[in-house]
Design a protein around this ligand. Structure first.
Ligand code: ZN
Length: 157
């Protein structure tokens, strides 16, 4: 039996939180928050040191304090490769970040991928606005996906 570990308590109500066994900072029934600090804070503003503060807020407090929470969307958009046997998310591309808006319970964005045909992928292999899960193996992924798709087409005809 896996022994339950304690995560950091909720920073708002001090409720103890249970951690996932694999990662002690990640709690059940709460969100984990981290900040690298920022200009404006007089107590935590390290510059490029990598120092990061971690804290948790339980789901109950998140809902109770929702008037004080803002949500933005964006920064990146998933890229779904199409024209292959199994269209799937292969990476992401840069996207604009929306203006902060009030967050309400249950509000989160629908998955809104950018669809890219397999024939277009290599044209963006070194495009700095794109990040590919396959990294330097992107060409191998493209060739394997095309081969798998062709094999599937011939098998089903
Ligand atoms: Zn709480």
């Amino acid at each position: 039996m896996i022994e339950k570990q304690q995560s950091l308590p909720c920073i708002v109500c001090d409720k103890p939180l249970e951690a996932f066994p694999e990662y002690i900072l990640q709690p059940n029934d709460a969100v984990m928050c981290r900040t690298t600090g920022n200009y404006g804070s007089t107590v935590f503003d390290p510059i490029f040191t990598g120092d990061t503060l971690h804290f948790n807020i339980c789901d109950e407090c998140l809902v109770a304090k929702s008037d004080s929470i803002r949500m933005t969307t964006g920064g990146y958009q998933p890229v779904r490769v199409t024209g292959i046997k199994m269209p799937s998310i292969w990476g992401s591309r840069k996207a604009n970040i929306t203006e902060p808006e009030k967050w309400t319970l249950g509000e989160q964005s629908e998955l809104n991928p950018h669809n890219m045909h397999i024939s277009e992928v290599m044209a963006h292999a070194n495009d700095k606005d794109y990040s590919w899960n396959a990294g330097e193996d992107l060409g191998k992924w493209v060739n394997a996906a095309i081969a798998e798709t062709l094999e599937h087409v011939f098998k089903t005809e």
